[in-house]
Design a protein around this ligand. Sequence first.
Ligand code: F0G
Length: 459
Amino acid sequence: MKIPFEPYRSRIIEPLTITTEAERCRYIREAGYNPFLLKAEHVLIDLVTDSGTSALSVRQWSAMHGADESFTGSRSFHKFVDAGRKLFGTRHVIPCHQGRAGEHLLAKSVVRQGDVIPANTHFATTRANFEVAGGRAIDLPIAEQGHPDSDYPFKGNIDIGALERSLLDGEISRIPFVLLTVTDNAGGGQPVSLANLRETSHLCRAHSVPLLLDAARIAENCYLIKQREASEQQRTVRAIADEVFTLVDGLFMSMKKDGLGNCGGLIAVNDDEWAERIRANLLISEGVPSAGGLAGRDLESMTVALDEMFDDAHLEYRIASVHALGQQLVDAGVPVLRPFGGHAVYIDGRRFCDHLSNEQLPAWSLSAALYVASGVRSWETGNVMQGRFEEETQQWSWPRLDLLRLAIPRRVYTHSQLEYAGQSLIELYRSRTEISGLRFVYRPQRLAQFVATFEPVSD
Ligand code: F0G
């Protein structure tokens, strides 16, 4: 695949810091072998996340300079709400400071003890918020999601049969809503097809259960629908998105991913009662309802991004550059999850480190080794993020896939920098049996990937 050239030019640059391998050995040890806990200045190419790391556009910066910083009812807030209503078609658009703040507000306002929330796959923070509110987050991905080599184009789809069964089996009164995460981050950045979105919507409406989106990567999902779903190739990404918004009853969205922001989030719903409760809770924990804990300039940046994120040239370049990185790895025999995700390339940790057991945390150990070898920071969505220790059986329950994620920030790294990251991983693959396994030193009950610490098994 030919990569289109970057559809922008750079006007501000930030020098990269070079470190030695010996220094990186020390830094990762001091960070408890958790790449998340490294100082960013010790990282050369930072692929830990695509969240909050975008380069802002001239349009965003100039809107930010014109922001209204009034405490409440600012011009910037009203512009944001108007743009959100126009795009999502919902009555209420409520800003908040990032995605998980939206999840928290929704969980606190809508989820009750004993509720069940079915989804294709919940992202870790979404699951944690629903569980803390007393709910049970259940994942109903299609079977193909568990097959890293399958080229099935929409591995983010929800299993319609399984969803129908959970709607029919008497639990319906305990289902406050069904959730589709687009794209499905925990399962490999895989999109949900328009056909699956339509079917899910139809099913939910037949049972009078609201359908919500975790829309963190809605633009990439719609671009992948255009690219992979035969019937949709003639439509614009925005036209596909417009249809998607008619199929759902609301959404929450981290504006730090496709939303091209360094902070920000939102909730968009039609239900007046939900909106009232969300605003009441927001006032307690986030700020005033007409700011959601954000500055006027953040609201201005989000308003521009609601339009900019659907730009065809931006999406075409972005998806092509992620694809090129994936292809570089596949060509060298590295076990990569197929098809490549929208925002990231995912490596099959268990196959890369087939000398390590699940307890030795293959993808996590690979992430630490990649940093030491190259200064490239990556992250895991696998055994550490999703593994659970069952107290009853005293056994670990491991996720279907243990993945290393190379997440690509938007508009930040050039093609040659990504090629360096790919080449570093390829070189590590050639000496993979030397990667030593890690084990937990400190593991919190929830969201271990952010704070857990580790030590080498061999020490
Ligand atoms: N939903 C999805 C699908 C996400 O990927 C994330 C965050 C969130 C919700 C929470 O949003 O970070 O703004 O609070 N994902 C980040 C990542 C952390 O690296 O994938 P947030």
